[in-house]
Design a protein around this ligand. Structure first.
Ligand SMILES: Cc1cc2nc3c(=O)[nH]c(=O)nc-3n(C[C@H](O)[C@H](O)[C@H](O)COP(=O)(O)OP(=O)(O)OC[C@H]3O[C@@H](n4cnc5c(N)ncnc54)[C@H](O)[C@@H]3O)c2cc1C
Length: 387
């Protein structure tokens, strides 16, 4: 059994100041009203160009982000690597809609692949499809809506951006994750992800699609991609539960279609753990990254490795968490010699705000998770006081 309760290991590289900052942050986020007020206020102040960037940068940004640029994230990369935790540089500017923004996200992703190619401490790169084209375009592709001439041109540009990333990943032998998004654009994402796998996963899995197991059709999807890939290409998969649960339920309700996600948490958990099992059973042609903050799922994957006689540091199997969250999982897994990495979001403060707000909302709304972060921080503060 992995000892996730070892908080000394979990916070070994955090100073007392780091701990106090984390304590105040998670404490404020645990209060939904305060959290909402603070995020609203920050956005408003940024819009008015009030000088609050230094405050954001020293608090919530410092907890959850590496820096404004790849170079600025180096301190975080090095610090994680001292505990043998790899970094996944995630350019987190979200909700952008101009060609200049798409090309900027492309350039950042290519730069992160170049950086990964020369750094042992960076095992993967990542991109979000909506960073590379308009959300509405993906919706049209998803629904087979006839495309206008300008849509068609945008689609070709988007596909060229995705291909440029995957080709560089292939040329540099760097694995790249394609993040999963809302269900109403996900078929379009799955389709290009699979195309890229066919093209570039010829010798091993370098292109990873993401499966959200809160969806009630994803175990079926997993089995179908395994069937389609047999003797054709290697499959790379990041398994997550999914970040848009409330939006999925609300949209299905308002548009009156069957809800695509589980509404009972235990069913999401069951599908997540089934997917872990299926991936390990097919490990000769699947590479898997468990993107989770759930201790039980992390333990299940560790047990599966043992049952299947796989080495803890088999490079086809990774655990991954987000920077600033669930250090008790990341650091204890790494100490036990498993492959661990953290998403390290980076980018200009105002562009990263939607990501930070999601973290604040997630930490407010998910029962259990929030409590665990705070409990651990309080316990570690107490342990240091008594030491
Ligand atoms: C490395 C990494 C990469 C990620 N990449 C992506 C990505 O590409 N796309 C994406 O969408 N998310 C992504 N995420 C976010 C991820 O989906 C959330 O962190 C995750 O949902 C939190 O779940 P958990 O596995 O940590 O476990 P838990 O904290 O045990 O589970 C919480 C999750 O369970 C689900 N859930 C909650 N309530 C219910 C309910 N009533 N019924 C059914 N299900 C419920 C929701 O998905 C919720 O987020 C990523 C996370 C990590 C760590």
């Amino acid at each position: 059994m992995i000892d996730f309760n070892n908080i000394k290991t979990a916070f070994a590289d955090k100073s007392d100041t780091d701990l106090q900052r984390a304590y105040l942050l998670f404490k404020s986020m645990s209060n939904p009203r305060l959290s909402k007020a603070l995020t609203g206020l920050s956005q408003f102040a940024l819009k008015l160009h009030l000088p609050i960037k230094p405050i954001i940068k020293a608090t919530v940004y410092k907890q959850f982000c590496g820096g404004e640029t790849i170079e600025e994230s180096q301190t975080t990369i090095d610090k994680l690597w001292e505990s043998k935790i790899g970094t996944i540089l995630d350019f987190s500017a979200e909700g952008k809609e101009s060609v200049a923004d798409f090309n900027r996200a492309l350039a950042q992703t290519l730069a992160s692949i170049e950086k990964a190619a020369i750094s042992d401490s960076i095992p993967f790169s990542v991109f979000k499809p909506t960073g590379l084209c308009k959300f509405s375009l993906l919706e049209k592709i998803n629904n087979n809506t006839p495309l206008s001439t300008s849509d068609e041109k945008e689609k070709q540009e988007y596909e060229a951006r995705v291909n440029a990333i995957c080709k560089l990943a292939y040329d540099k032998n760097v694995a790249v994750f394609i993040d999963a998004e809302e269900s109403w654009i996900q078929d379009a994402i799955d389709s290009i992800a699979e195309e890229m796998m066919q093209k570039y996963n010829t010798k091993k899995a370098l292109i990873y699609n993401t499966i959200q197991l809160y969806r009630n059709d994803r175990v079926t999807y997993l089995n179908s991609i395994l069937e389609r890939s047999e003797n054709k290409f290697f499959v790379g998969l990041k398994l997550v539960r999914g970040a848009y649960h409330e939006q999925e339920i609300a949209r299905a309700k308002s548009k009156n279609y069957p809800c695509p996600v589980h509404t009972i948490k235990a069913n999401t958990d069951k599908d997540y753990n089934t997917a872990l099992k299926t991936c390990i059973q097919n490990i000769d042609r699947v590479s898997v990254c468990a993107g989770t903050h759930n201790e039980n799922s992390a333990q299940i994957l560790a047990n599966l490795l043992e049952e299947h006689g796989l080495s803890k540091n088999d490079d086809r199997i990774y655990f991954s968490q987000l920077l600033g969250m669930s250090d008790h999982i990341s650091y204890n897994l790494s100490k036990a010699d498993y492959n661990v990495s953290k998403y390290v979001p980076y980018g200009p403060i105002k562009d990263v705000m939607p990501y930070l707000i999601r973290r604040a909302e997630e930490n407010t709304s998910i029962a259990g998770q929030m409590g665990r972060e705070l409990t651990n921080i309080i316990a570690e503060k107490q342990r240091r006081k008594n030491a």
